[in-house]
Structure formats: structure tokens, C-alpha cells
Design a protein. Sequence first.
Lengths: 289, 230
Amino acid sequence: MKKLLSILLVAVLLLGTVASFASCSNEETIIVQTNAFFAPFEYYDGTEIKGVDVEIMNMVGEKLGKKIEFENVEFSAIIDNVKAGEVCDAGAAGITITKERKDKVDFSTPYYTSVQYVIFEKDNDAITTKTADGTEYIVWETLAGKTIGVQTDTTGWIYTDGEINATADNDYGYNGVLYGTETKLNCYDNGQLAADAITANHIDVVIIDELPAQYIVSKNSSFKCVPLYYSGETDADDAPVEEQYAICVTKGNQELLDAINDVLAELMVKDAHGKTEIEKMVMTHMGMN
Amino acid sequence: MDFFHKIIELFSTPKYMESIWEGLKTTLIISVLAALIGLLLGTLLAIVAIAKDSKWTKLPKLICKIYITVIRGTPMALQLFIMAYVIFAIRGFPQIVTATIAFGLNSSAYVAENIRAGILSVDIGQTEAGRALGLPGRTTMLKIVIPQAIKNVIPAIGNELIALIKETSIVSMIGMYDLTMAAKIIGSGNNMASYIVPMTVVALFYLGIVYLLTFGIKLIEKRLRASDKR
């Protein structure tokens, strides 16, 4: 009985290991990690991951003659996985270039400029600032005392955390706009979950990148979204919270980085209408073509 | 009403149903394989745990004890994380194997304790009677103690299997496409843009699986207890 059981068990484990190594990918595959909850850059369409980043990386694969394999993981895991380089070669997930991330991985040239948006319930729109020419936005100061939802480890989280916790005495070297106010920060696994938390009355607003925000709002009639601004001396000096997306690779993987930069350079050329190939891809994946 | 419209929308969109089937497949594969590993390894652990003390069983028993303590004492989500990001941090290693092993190991610790409890629940008098009638220790165990123990163990094992199936929902944490992930995908921004409906539907799917399992366990139990006077 004992013998039989142990033999069976070993057999099961061995089979599993053999099966797994047999299907192990070889050097010819480039593994790219992403978080497929960031339409239009990456999203699941049924069981397939699609999006702008997927198209870009497939072109890179074509250029290098290698297969591209996308893996869906938690956003917060991507940078560290790419840094280690053991399980993947690159991360393409609409990743904003920040100083901290740059220390860990190599970034390609930026291919998209995004601004931070705030999602909130329509009835709540007293918090926005409206200018004479019809632009509507929210400045950080009006979020004081609110409960803000963000996706963990995204720039929305980094900025909000900074504005709440930065003081002149710590690493930041300045006082955050929301420092000392009763502002609370709730972290979620993805932007949609945060948006649902508004419906559930857990939080007041969600801070997230522009395009995902517009996606969520276009599907939920009770939401509204406007850009997030840093307030200047006067209203005219208010400026949006801008950031740039890039694809990251493990430090030292120059071949892959060069290939990505080449592809991006081709895609960034403006056509007769002043539109780049990337912008067109974004429109296609937003379903606006 | 919006809620019901969305449920109909979910069931009538091929893309969403495809997601659900894909997720259901992963959930079932992980559950079944992990349950098998759990039952086999768990039985083995239980046998070691109840073995008589001797110089040969001292070390295995200690290992067994530490194993069960560690596995039962740490959250499943963290075990899965360690499996995926530390132990099996190998290029292209299939996640389904990672998850199956993680859940199988976790389940084995609980199964081991259930089986041990079942064997201990059979009165010592039964063993003594067997031995007094001249049966060898092995035969006494196999023919007298184990058959009675199995009956006592089945409900507890069933409980563990149910817990296992539901706990597989955390594999979406490492990006696997299981039922919960299917709900997250259907609820994501480019699809329904609301988690409420897909999560509810997927919860019903879990309920369905567990109900079927409970039904099966009830049947087995009924057969085993056919000769019982209660």
C-alpha cells in the first residue's frame, strides 16, 4: 500500500515535471509580461490578449525573427520580473517612465503621452474647475478630504501617494498638495475594480490614465471623467499631470531594446494628417475607426 | 432591470461565454489534479504520522509534522505566490503545473490530518479484538480499521475538496485564466465595464460545481453506510 502510493505520487510529480520541461520555450521566444486590464494598450478579447502594445511587440518579433509570447500578470510584478529577467524579457503594459523604474530596467523611447484622469459620479461634478473656453478639469486641491481609489503601483498610485505623504523632511523634499488633509487612498488590483468601488460608495474618485478612464466612462452612464491638473499661480497656469509610456526590457538586452526602438521610430512618423501610426492603433483599439 | 439585461447580454455574447468556458476548464483541471495529488500525498503523510515510534520512523515523522505545520500555518495565496515567483520562476514554465502543485501540496496537509483523525477515531478495541483473534497487524489495519476509518473520513475529505475548488479562485493573482479571471476580464473596461454581473454569474458556476461534488460525495457516503444501523 505504502509502496504503491509513493510510486504513484512520484509518477504524477515526474510526469508533471517532464510535461512542463517539454513545453518549455527555447531561446527563440521573447516573453513579454503585461497586465491585460488596460485597454486599449492591452486587453483580453475573449481568450486572446490584444492591444497596441501587443501589435508593437509582434512587429518587434517579426524584425528579430522570434516568436512573441504575452503573459498576463499583476501590474506590480512586471518591473521586478523584467529586472530579474528570469521569467521574461520585456514588459509592455503602458508603463510610464519613472526614475525608480529606470533604476531597475531599461526603457525604450516613449511612444505615447498620457495624462492622469479622475473618474467620479456625475452628480458629484461640483469638484471640477471649468474655464471660460469650456475645458473642464480637477485640480489636486479639490480632492482634499476625499477617498481616492487607484490601481496598485500605477502612476496614479505613485502620484496620489506622493501628494498625500510627501513632506519637506522626507525623500520628496516638498510638501504634497494633500499632505495633512484627511485624504484617504485605497488600492485596487485594476482600474475597473476601483471604478466599481465608486458605485459601491467605498470611494469618491478614481485616478487613472486617460484612455482606460474614457473606456470605463463610455460604458457606465453614471460616471464622468476629466483630466487631473496641478494648480498654478492663476487658473491659466494650471497644467495637466502628464507622463510618457515606454516598453521596458531587462538591463543589458541591447538587441531587443534596439529592435523595439527601431519599430517605435517607424510607428512615430507622422502621416499627411499629422497622425502617427501609434495614434491610429489607439483609435482602432478604442473602436473609433 | 439593468442587472438582468446585463446577465442576458453576458450569456448571449459568444466572446463572454468563450471566456467562461476557458476559465471553467482551468478551474476544473487545477481542482481535479490538485485533489488527486492532495489525496495521494495526504494519505502517505497520514500513514507516516500514525506509524509506531521507532528509530526508523523518527525522522520521517518529524518532517511530516513540520510539513503539515508550515503548509497549514501559511495562507494559500502566499504559498501560490512563492511557488510561482520563487520556486518555479523558470522561463516558460506552465502556470497550470505551478498552480496544480501548489494546491496539491496545500490540500495534502489538510487531507493528512483528516485521514489521521479518521483512523484514530476507530476505537482501539477494534484493533485489540483483531489481534486477539490472531490476525496479523497488517490485516487488522486493512480489513478492520481502514474500512471503518474511510466512512468517518469521507465527509471531512468532501469538505476539503469543496474548499479546494473555491480556493482555486486565487490563481487569477498570478495571471491565470480561471473562472474568477474570466469574470474580471468580462467585467473589464473594454468589455462590460462592471464587475457586478460577471462576478455574480461566475459565483453561480462555482456553486454548480460544488453542488455536483456534494451530490457525488453523498452517493459514496450512502453506499458506504448501507449496512449501518443508525
